[in-house]
Design a protein around this ligand. Structure first.
Ligand code: SF4
Ligand code: SF4
Length: 417
């Protein structure tokens, strides 16, 4: 019987990238396309043997956990073709532990989704994450194909198939320089046009080195094997496509103000949900948790990395064909990676009024200095401060309702009518 190390967490989240960085689009801000340079000459396709190993190990590693998520991401995972995912569902059924239920999820740009895909997703209750950055002009600013044409029409065609088949979907919207000043246009498009119930807003923070980036122009540096620069973590500059820190905070506030007056309990915005959870002392997203290390990435060849933001040689834990993933997740290296998030927090954050909600944000974005010159301040700090301070009163009100066993949506009548 498999021995699970004592230091292994009972639950962890793993994003599997069956096509590695390979994608049929060429989104200008995509940090992951450059990761192709890590595997020169690769076809970027997970083989069936590794697929089986991955699913088996994932379910074995969660022996004591009732719900396991099999999460696919990319690059663009649908490039693997439907048969691959049919097989993944079969393996999940084969290796399911007693009492376990499986949730299948996939993050996609939506351009390949047709009737066949949509009926498969529906049949197996997939939760589909669809990347959309807003209405056409905002979406097409950066989400383009290789010839530079916007992908909006293709994505909407994919979305139509999902809708027609009744597939559960959530919208993943990147927030960047092109859409940061249009929060309500973006939010209302998702809510009213796309009928989205679940929405995530992900800040685009693209770091570059001073030598390669004349700000504020976008960087298109050539890297072997790709048209994208490898994420350069040594400088404090960001590209002109990146969201501004304060703009990100204001973007969220504008949407929050509309949401909290009419959409609580109807539309679920991840940032608002996790903020509310932090007001009652619960953490579900690594970015705003005190420590991290339980959100790993599996590459197409079996290499396991510490996190999606750290698919780099220094953060490779090993290969699951050689070492069981439960050992890699439990390894000193990975546990230290997770603790570093807390241990490296600058004093400025430790003394911050909204630390309980922010926890310094993601270490991948901590490349500024604090006002007293300590390294490790989050690039998005100004926006986080604005947002968390702004929402404190209604969040406290919703948290109090939940503690009384009531529903958070009562806040709409209590505070705003
Ligand atoms: S580095 Fe950032 S994204 Fe990665 S696990 Fe930690 S908080 Fe999450
Ligand atoms: S708001 Fe800024 S200072 Fe406060 S915890 Fe977050 S990053 Fe640190």
């Amino acid at each position: 019987m498999l021995h699970i190390p004592k230091t292994a967490p009972p639950f962890f989240h793993l994003l599997a990238k069956p096509t590695g960085a390979a994608c049929n689009l060429d989104c200008k801000y995509c940090f992951f396309l450059s990761k192709g340079a890590l595997y020169p000459g690769s076809r970027f396709r997970m083989d069936n043997e590794l697929l089986e190993t991955y699913i088996r190990q994932l379910l074995e590693s969660h022996r004591r956990w009732p719900e396991v998520t099999v999460a696919w991401q990319g690059g663009e995972p649908t490039l693997m073709g439907l048969e691959f995912f049919k097989l993944s569902v079969e393996y999940a059924e084969k290796y399911k532990q007693p009492g376990q239920t499986i949730l299948h999820t996939i993050q996609t740009n939506g351009t390949k989704i047709d009737d066949g895909w949509a009926s498969f997703f529906k049949k197996h209750n997939f939760l589909v994450g669809l990347s959309v950055d807003g209405p056409r002009e905002l979406h097409d600013a950066y989400r383009v194909n290789r010839s530079g044409a916007g992908s909006f029409d293709q994505v909407m065609a994919g979305w139509e198939h999902l809708r027609r088949h009744g597939v559960d979907f959530n919208i993943l919207c990147s927030v960047h320089a092109a859409n940061q000043d249009y929060p309500l246009e973006v939010y209302r498009f998702f809510r009213d046009e796309q009928k989205a119930q679940f929405i995530q807003f992900i800040p685009i923070v693209e770091r570059v080195s001073a030598s390669s980036s004349p700000l504020p122009n976008p960087v298109r540096m050539k890297w072997p094997g790709s048209g994208h620069p490898l994420d350069a973590r040594t400088d404090r500059l960001v590209t002109g496509r990146s969201v501004g820190a304060e703009q990100y905070g204001r973007f969220l506030i504008k949407i929050f103000e509309e949401w909290v007056r009419r959409d609580v309990g109807k539309v679920f915005v991840q940032m608002f949900d996790i903020t509310l959870a932090s007001f009652i002392g619960r953490y579900s997203l690594c970015v705003f948790s005190p420590a991290c290390g339980n959100a790993l990435v599996l590459e197409h060849n079996g290499d396991l990395y510490s996190c999606d933001h750290y698919v780099e040689p220094g953060y490779k834990l090993g290969n699951i064909k050689e070492i069981h993933m439960s050992e890699l997740v439990a390894s000193d290296k990975q546990r230290r990676f997770g603790r570093d998030k807390l241990d490296r927090l600058p004093r400025n954050c430790r003394e911050c009024k909204v630390l309980f909600a922010c926890n310094g944000g993601c270490p991948a974005h901590r490349f500024l200095e604090t006002p007293d010159g300590e390294p490790g301040l989050n690039y998005l700090c100004a926006g986080y401060k604005l947002f968390f301070n702004h929402v404190t009163r209604p969040m406290n009100s919703m948290a109090s309702l939940l503690r009384q066993g009531r529903y958070a949506d009562e806040v709409m009548s209590i505070l705003y009518q």
